[in-house]
Design a protein. Structure first.
Ligand code: DX5
Ligand code: ZN
Length: 228
Protein backbone atom coordinates (compact mmCIF):
# COMPACT_ATOMS: atom_id res chain seq x y z
CA UNK A 1 0.00 0.00 0.00
CA UNK A 2 1.63 3.27 -1.04
CA UNK A 3 -1.36 5.55 -1.08
CA UNK A 4 -0.75 8.88 0.58
CA UNK A 5 -2.84 9.60 3.66
CA UNK A 6 -3.96 13.15 4.36
CA UNK A 7 -6.04 15.35 6.59
CA UNK A 8 -8.08 17.66 4.37
CA UNK A 9 -9.78 20.46 6.34
CA UNK A 10 -13.12 21.57 4.90
CA UNK A 11 -13.14 25.37 4.60
CA UNK A 12 -16.92 25.43 4.91
CA UNK A 13 -16.45 25.17 8.67
CA UNK A 14 -13.81 27.90 8.95
CA UNK A 15 -14.70 31.35 10.27
CA UNK A 16 -15.04 33.44 7.06
CA UNK A 17 -13.77 36.53 8.87
CA UNK A 18 -10.61 34.72 10.01
CA UNK A 19 -10.11 32.42 7.04
CA UNK A 20 -6.45 33.22 6.32
CA UNK A 21 -5.51 33.02 9.99
CA UNK A 22 -7.30 29.68 10.48
CA UNK A 23 -5.81 28.23 7.29
CA UNK A 24 -2.32 29.14 8.51
CA UNK A 25 -2.99 27.32 11.79
CA UNK A 26 -4.29 24.20 10.01
CA UNK A 27 -1.33 24.24 7.64
CA UNK A 28 1.10 24.44 10.54
CA UNK A 29 -0.68 21.45 12.11
CA UNK A 30 -0.08 19.33 9.01
CA UNK A 31 -3.12 19.86 6.75
CA UNK A 32 -2.34 18.29 3.38
CA UNK A 33 -4.96 19.82 1.11
CA UNK A 34 -7.96 22.17 1.35
CA UNK A 35 -11.49 20.92 0.86
CA UNK A 36 -13.54 23.54 -0.99
CA UNK A 37 -17.28 22.79 -1.00
CA UNK A 38 -19.24 24.27 -3.89
CA UNK A 39 -23.04 24.28 -3.48
CA UNK A 40 -25.62 25.67 -5.90
CA UNK A 41 -28.93 25.65 -4.02
CA UNK A 42 -30.25 22.97 -6.47
CA UNK A 43 -28.20 19.79 -6.17
CA UNK A 44 -28.09 20.60 -2.46
CA UNK A 45 -30.25 23.16 -0.66
CA UNK A 46 -27.36 25.33 0.52
CA UNK A 47 -25.09 27.89 -1.20
CA UNK A 48 -21.38 28.30 -0.59
CA UNK A 49 -18.33 29.48 -2.54
CA UNK A 50 -17.58 30.01 -6.23
CA UNK A 51 -14.49 30.26 -8.48
CA UNK A 52 -13.69 33.83 -7.41
CA UNK A 53 -13.05 32.75 -3.81
CA UNK A 54 -11.09 29.71 -5.02
CA UNK A 55 -8.81 31.96 -7.11
CA UNK A 56 -8.24 34.26 -4.14
CA UNK A 57 -7.28 31.36 -1.88
CA UNK A 58 -5.09 29.84 -4.58
CA UNK A 59 -2.99 33.02 -4.63
CA UNK A 60 -2.67 32.85 -0.87
CA UNK A 61 -1.93 29.17 -0.15
CA UNK A 62 0.63 26.67 -1.37
CA UNK A 63 -1.53 23.64 -0.50
CA UNK A 64 -3.64 22.07 -3.26
CA UNK A 65 -7.32 23.04 -3.39
CA UNK A 66 -9.68 20.10 -3.81
CA UNK A 67 -12.99 21.34 -5.23
CA UNK A 68 -16.08 19.30 -4.32
CA UNK A 69 -18.81 20.24 -6.80
CA UNK A 70 -22.26 19.74 -5.27
CA UNK A 71 -23.95 21.38 -8.24
CA UNK A 72 -26.18 20.42 -11.13
CA UNK A 73 -24.69 20.92 -14.60
CA UNK A 74 -21.09 20.88 -13.35
CA UNK A 75 -19.79 21.05 -16.94
CA UNK A 76 -20.55 24.80 -16.89
CA UNK A 77 -18.15 25.54 -14.05
CA UNK A 78 -15.30 23.08 -14.57
CA UNK A 79 -13.26 25.52 -16.67
CA UNK A 80 -13.72 28.47 -14.30
CA UNK A 81 -12.52 26.31 -11.39
CA UNK A 82 -9.54 25.03 -13.36
CA UNK A 83 -8.65 28.64 -14.17
CA UNK A 84 -9.07 29.46 -10.47
CA UNK A 85 -6.32 27.01 -9.57
CA UNK A 86 -8.27 23.92 -8.47
CA UNK A 87 -5.81 21.03 -8.14
CA UNK A 88 -8.58 18.44 -8.21
CA UNK A 89 -12.29 18.38 -9.02
CA UNK A 90 -14.78 15.98 -7.47
CA UNK A 91 -17.98 15.35 -9.45
CA UNK A 92 -21.03 13.57 -8.04
CA UNK A 93 -22.18 10.48 -9.93
CA UNK A 94 -25.79 11.57 -9.23
CA UNK A 95 -25.68 14.91 -11.09
CA UNK A 96 -27.69 15.82 -14.16
CA UNK A 97 -25.72 17.28 -17.03
CA UNK A 98 -26.01 17.14 -20.79
CA UNK A 99 -22.34 16.23 -20.98
CA UNK A 100 -21.50 12.67 -19.83
CA UNK A 101 -19.62 12.45 -16.56
CA UNK A 102 -16.88 10.35 -18.15
CA UNK A 103 -16.23 13.14 -20.67
CA UNK A 104 -15.95 15.74 -17.92
CA UNK A 105 -13.52 13.54 -15.99
CA UNK A 106 -11.35 13.17 -19.12
CA UNK A 107 -11.37 16.95 -19.61
CA UNK A 108 -10.23 17.52 -16.02
CA UNK A 109 -7.35 15.06 -16.50
CA UNK A 110 -6.40 16.63 -19.84
CA UNK A 111 -6.22 20.04 -18.14
CA UNK A 112 -3.66 18.66 -15.69
CA UNK A 113 -5.95 18.43 -12.64
CA UNK A 114 -6.96 15.33 -10.67
CA UNK A 115 -10.41 13.92 -11.50
CA UNK A 116 -12.53 12.30 -8.79
CA UNK A 117 -16.11 11.11 -8.27
CA UNK A 118 -18.31 11.37 -5.18
CA UNK A 119 -21.08 9.08 -3.96
CA UNK A 120 -24.03 10.26 -1.87
CA UNK A 121 -24.98 8.11 1.14
CA UNK A 122 -27.90 6.49 -0.68
CA UNK A 123 -25.99 5.74 -3.88
CA UNK A 124 -24.71 2.15 -4.13
CA UNK A 125 -20.89 1.94 -4.08
CA UNK A 126 -21.08 -0.01 -7.37
CA UNK A 127 -22.16 3.23 -9.08
CA UNK A 128 -18.50 4.29 -8.94
CA UNK A 129 -17.27 1.17 -10.76
CA UNK A 130 -17.57 2.46 -14.33
CA UNK A 131 -15.56 5.60 -13.48
CA UNK A 132 -12.67 3.93 -11.68
CA UNK A 133 -10.40 3.81 -14.76
CA UNK A 134 -10.85 7.58 -15.16
CA UNK A 135 -10.33 8.88 -11.63
CA UNK A 136 -7.60 8.99 -8.98
CA UNK A 137 -9.97 9.33 -6.04
CA UNK A 138 -13.45 8.37 -4.90
CA UNK A 139 -15.13 10.54 -2.26
CA UNK A 140 -17.58 8.69 -0.04
CA UNK A 141 -20.16 11.02 1.54
CA UNK A 142 -20.78 10.01 5.13
CA UNK A 143 -23.62 12.53 5.57
CA UNK A 144 -26.29 13.91 3.25
CA UNK A 145 -24.44 16.69 1.41
CA UNK A 146 -25.28 20.34 1.97
CA UNK A 147 -24.25 21.15 5.52
CA UNK A 148 -21.30 20.71 7.84
CA UNK A 149 -21.59 19.60 11.44
CA UNK A 150 -23.67 16.44 10.90
CA UNK A 151 -22.99 13.01 12.38
CA UNK A 152 -21.33 10.33 10.28
CA UNK A 153 -23.89 7.76 9.09
CA UNK A 154 -23.04 4.36 10.59
CA UNK A 155 -23.09 2.43 7.29
CA UNK A 156 -20.26 4.66 5.98
CA UNK A 157 -17.59 2.18 7.13
CA UNK A 158 -19.20 -0.58 5.06
CA UNK A 159 -19.47 1.75 2.09
CA UNK A 160 -15.79 2.65 2.29
CA UNK A 161 -14.94 -1.06 2.50
CA UNK A 162 -17.07 -1.75 -0.59
CA UNK A 163 -15.40 1.02 -2.63
CA UNK A 164 -11.96 -0.20 -1.49
CA UNK A 165 -12.80 -3.73 -2.62
CA UNK A 166 -13.96 -2.48 -6.04
CA UNK A 167 -10.86 -0.30 -6.42
CA UNK A 168 -8.42 -3.01 -5.36
CA UNK A 169 -9.45 -5.06 -8.39
CA UNK A 170 -8.68 -2.36 -10.95
CA UNK A 171 -6.94 0.61 -9.32
CA UNK A 172 -5.11 -0.38 -6.12
CA UNK A 173 -3.58 3.10 -5.88
CA UNK A 174 -6.93 4.86 -6.02
CA UNK A 175 -7.43 7.04 -2.94
CA UNK A 176 -10.65 7.05 -0.97
CA UNK A 177 -11.82 10.24 0.68
CA UNK A 178 -14.45 10.32 3.38
CA UNK A 179 -16.48 13.48 3.81
CA UNK A 180 -18.88 14.39 6.60
CA UNK A 181 -18.95 13.80 10.34
CA UNK A 182 -15.29 12.79 10.59
CA UNK A 183 -13.91 13.12 14.13
CA UNK A 184 -10.69 12.05 15.81
CA UNK A 185 -12.77 9.38 17.59
CA UNK A 186 -14.10 7.72 14.42
CA UNK A 187 -11.01 8.37 12.26
CA UNK A 188 -9.16 5.13 13.18
CA UNK A 189 -12.16 2.96 12.17
CA UNK A 190 -12.57 4.93 8.93
CA UNK A 191 -8.91 4.35 8.07
CA UNK A 192 -9.21 0.70 8.95
CA UNK A 193 -12.15 0.41 6.55
CA UNK A 194 -9.82 1.60 3.77
CA UNK A 195 -10.07 5.38 3.53
CA UNK A 196 -6.92 7.40 2.84
CA UNK A 197 -8.04 11.02 3.07
CA UNK A 198 -10.03 12.39 5.98
CA UNK A 199 -12.07 15.46 5.10
CA UNK A 200 -12.99 17.23 8.32
CA UNK A 201 -14.74 20.57 8.76
CA UNK A 202 -16.15 21.14 12.22
CA UNK A 203 -13.75 18.67 13.87
CA UNK A 204 -10.89 20.92 12.74
CA UNK A 205 -12.26 24.47 12.77
CA UNK A 206 -14.48 24.20 15.86
CA UNK A 207 -11.56 22.84 17.87
CA UNK A 208 -10.20 25.11 20.62
CA UNK A 209 -6.74 24.75 19.03
CA UNK A 210 -6.92 24.23 15.25
CA UNK A 211 -3.22 23.55 14.85
CA UNK A 212 -3.20 20.95 17.63
CA UNK A 213 -6.31 19.26 16.23
CA UNK A 214 -4.69 18.90 12.79
CA UNK A 215 -1.62 17.46 14.47
CA UNK A 216 -3.82 14.92 16.26
CA UNK A 217 -5.36 13.90 12.93
CA UNK A 218 -1.90 13.70 11.35
CA UNK A 219 -0.78 11.35 14.14
CA UNK A 220 -3.85 9.14 13.68
CA UNK A 221 -3.05 8.99 9.96
CA UNK A 222 0.49 7.85 10.72
CA UNK A 223 -0.34 5.29 13.36
CA UNK A 224 -3.94 4.13 13.14
CA UNK A 225 -5.99 1.76 11.06
CA UNK A 226 -3.83 -0.21 8.67
CA UNK A 227 -5.75 -0.11 5.39
CA UNK A 228 -5.44 -2.75 2.71
C1 DX5 B 1 -21.04 18.56 3.32
C2 DX5 B 1 -19.65 18.89 2.81
C3 DX5 B 1 -18.57 18.54 3.78
C4 DX5 B 1 -18.64 19.28 5.09
C5 DX5 B 1 -17.95 18.48 6.14
O1 DX5 B 1 -21.95 18.72 2.29
O2 DX5 B 1 -19.39 18.20 1.61
O3 DX5 B 1 -17.30 18.73 3.18
O4 DX5 B 1 -18.06 20.55 5.03
O5 DX5 B 1 -18.13 19.11 7.38
P1 DX5 B 1 -18.11 18.29 8.73
O6 DX5 B 1 -16.74 17.70 8.86
O7 DX5 B 1 -18.42 19.32 9.77
O8 DX5 B 1 -19.16 17.21 8.65
ZN1 ZN C 1 -17.36 18.23 0.81
Amino acid sequence: MNRQRLIEPSLLAADPGRLAEQMALAERGGAGMWHFDVMDGHFVPNLSFGPHICAGLHRYTKLPIDVHLMVDNPSRIIDPFLAAGAASLVLHVEVHDKEPLSQMLREIRAAGAVPAVALNPRTPPEAAAQYLPLVDRVLVMAVEPGYGGQELLPDSYERVRAVRALANRVRPNLQIQIDGGVTKQNAPSILEAGADILIAGSAVFDAPDIEARCREFAEILCSGGASS
